[in-house]
Structures are given as structure tokens and as C-alpha cells.
Design a protein. Structure first.
Length: 347
């Protein structure tokens, strides 16, 4: 009975931590849909090229968007025609290297760790995007048979009959509409991610409930083993990039190496259960496996490298702090729960 209560409590805590940022991310996606030209994404991020992956990675760096807010934004990019590699690079770089995360990382660990984290996160994001573009084939487009229709060259008739995206004026956008922002954010994007979000919450809460904290302590003395344990725990768990910093700081205070803390801070925000579910739903299980395996391998490599190069440096600047759930978080949680219930029941 106590475990059930703790499980339900963890679902609430996860939802309260995510809800505000998901709602913000949905609205940001709706706004971007209104202000960005229709052909912007397809022009810059649509090709399965290294350049599109680099652009997506750099595009995501300054955005103050966390692990959950990035999901609707990534879904929006996919719908606008971004390549699978570009979307996955965006999913990695954005939550880890947002301006808010960078400043918070500095406040805990100083500039050395912060700069290392940003640079390596960019490398990881680009590597995952490039490999995904190489090994994941895009879905085949339907073939069209050529016919000889009667052509009316009257301009009005042509514009009325031409509804395909390839023959419309993609540079032309409708005027900004608040109604369209919310319609795209909630009726289009959220309905697509509702199911994956629900199961991500279940898995994340189960992981938080049934793995005892004492389990970690026995592995701290073995560096490689501690990396693997932290990786296994961090990857399915929802850990927002900024909220994960006090946890990583507490690990350091309890004897964990800085490299293992780096693994936690990289794998957690980039590969939580919700994000993995979204990647699988958008591009299939093969894309998800490539996504998580590459992040896992590269996180461990860069963690080992940091411990090798900077093992003697004390990087921890300050003590951990506790985050309190605000009234705004409670309201956002109620709204998000209502949306989840509505769309899950609708489906």
C-alpha cells in the first residue's frame, strides 16, 4: 500500500515538474508555426545532410527549453518537413544546452565543466543526427501516375484546384492568429504526444519508486560500474536539465566522480522515457535504438575523458537546493492532466 501511494505521488511529482514546461513548449511551437515561413524548415533542415543536422543542433542551443518542452517543438519540426537526423539532434542539444541550463550548470560546477558539457553535447547531438540520417531510411512517398487531364490555364482556376504543398506559394503566410496558435499547439501537437507522454509518466514513476537510493552507493567506488548504473537509471527517468543539477551535485557530495555526474546530466535530459517514446513513434524502434545507444556510448566516453583530464579539480561550487512546487505548477498540472484525460479518452 505504501509503495502504491509513493508510486502515485511520484506520478504527480513528475507531472508537476513537467506540466508548465510542456504547456510553454506547446505554445512556443504554435507561435513558431505562425511566424516562421512555411518553407523555412524544409529549406534548412529538410535534407538528410550533415549541414541540416548542424543547423538543427545550433538552432536548439540558445532556446530556454527543457526536456519536456522540446518534445512538442520537435514534433512541430517533423511536421514542417525537418529530416529525422535534424529532429533528433534538436532533441538532444536543446534541453542540455539551453541558456537557462548553461547558467544553472555554471552556478553549480563552474565554467570548466559548463563549457565541456556544452561542447560535448553539441558533438553528441551532431553524431546522433548524422548516423540517423545514414541508417534510417525515410518513409517512401506515394507514387503518382501521370495522366493527361484537361488543363485550364486560367490563373484563378489553377490556384483554386492546386492544393498540394509543392504547388502552393510556400513563402506566403497567413496573418498571426492566437486562435491558430492554440489550435496547432493542442489539437495537433498535443494529441500526437498524449499517449507517449502518459506511458512515459508511468515508466518514470515506476523507476523512481522501485529503485532504492542505497542501491547507488555500493557502486560509487567502481568508476566504470558507476557510469553504467547511473546511465541505466538516468536514461528512462524524466530528469529536466536544470532540475537534474542538484541531484548530480548530491552524487558528487556522496563520492561519485565528476565524469559519472556528466553521464547523468547528459543521458537524463536527452533520453527520458517520454523522449524515447516520441522518437519511436515518429521514426520507429530502429531510430530509437540508434538514438539511445549512441548517447549512452558517447556519454560514457566523454565522462571518462573528463575524469582523465580533470580528475584533480574540485568542480562543485555550491550546495544543492530544493525546488518547491509553486501554485503555477499546480495549475499547470491540473490543465495537463485534463488534456491527457481528454485525448486518451478520445482515442
Amino acid at each position: 500500500m505504501e509503495l502504491l501511494e509513493l508510486f502515485l505521488k511520484n506520478i504527480y511529482l513528475l507531472l508537476s515538474a513537467m506540466s508548465l514546461y510542456i504547456l510553454i513548449g506547446l505554445i512556443l511551437a504554435g507561435i513558431l508555426k505562425q511566424i516562421i515561413p512555411n518553407d523555412f524548415v524544409s529549406k534548412h533542415l529538410g535534407k538528410n545532410s550533415t549541414l541540416s543536422v548542424i543547423k538543427a543542433t545550433l538552432f536548439g542551443i540558445p532556446l530556454p527549453v527543457c526536456s519536456c518542452s522540446v518534445i512538442p517543438l520537435a514534433k512541430s519540426l517533423q511536421k514542417e518537413g525537418a529530416s529525422r537526423g535534424a529532429v533528433q539532434s534538436f532533441l538532444i542539444s536543446t534541453p542540455i544546452t539551453g541558456i537557462d541550463s548553461i547558467m544553472a550548470t555554471y552556478s553549480f560546477f563552474g565554467w570548466l565543466f559548463t563549457i565541456y558539457r556544452v561542447i560535448t553535447s553539441i558533438i553528441i547531438a551532431i553524431a546522433v543526427g548524422i548516423v540517423s540520417n545514414i541508417f534510417i531510411k525515410p518513409k517512401s512517398k506515394p507514387k503518382f501516375t501521370l495522366t493527361k487531364p484537361k488543363v485550364n490555364f486560367n490563373r484563378v482556376t489553377f490556384e483554386q484546384n492546386c492544393t498540394n504543398s509543392w504547388c502552393t506559394n510556400s513563402s506566403k503566410n497567413n496573418s498571426f492568429s492566437i486562435k491558430s496558435v492554440f489550435n496547432y499547439a493542442f489539437n495537433t501537437l498535443f494529441s500526437d504526444i498524449a499517449k507517449a507522454l502518459f506511458w512515459g509518466l508511468i515508466v518514470g514513476a515506476a523507476f523512481s519508486t522501485f529503485i532504492p537510493k542505497e542501491f547507488l552507493e555500493s557502486f560509487f567506488n567502481n568508476k566504470i560500474l558507476s557510469y553504467i548504473v547511473i546511465l541505466i537509471i538516468a536514461m528512462p527517468l524524466y530528469v529536466c536539465a536544470t532540475a537534474s543539477l542538484p541531484i548530480a551535485a548530491s552524487f558528487l557530495l556522496n563520492g561519485l566522480s565528476a565524469g559519472a555526474a556528466f553521464v547523468f546530466l547528459t543521458a537524463g535530459p536527452a533520453t527520458n522515457s517520454v523522449t524515447m517514446g516520441i522518437v519511436a513513434s515518429m521514426y520507429g524502434k530502429k531510430a530509437m535504438y540508434i538514438y539511445i545507444i549512441l548517447i549512452a556510448i558517447l556519454s560514457i566516453i566523454f565522462g571518462l575523458l573528463f575524469d582523465f583530464l580533470f580528475n584533480s579539480i574540485d568542480i562543485l561550487n555550491t550546495a544543492t537546493h530544493l525546488e518547491k512546487i509553486s501554485l503555477l505548477d499546480i495549475i499547470s498540472t491540473i490543465v495537463l492532466f485534463a488534456l491527457l484525460f481528454y485525448y486518451l479518452r478520445k482515442k
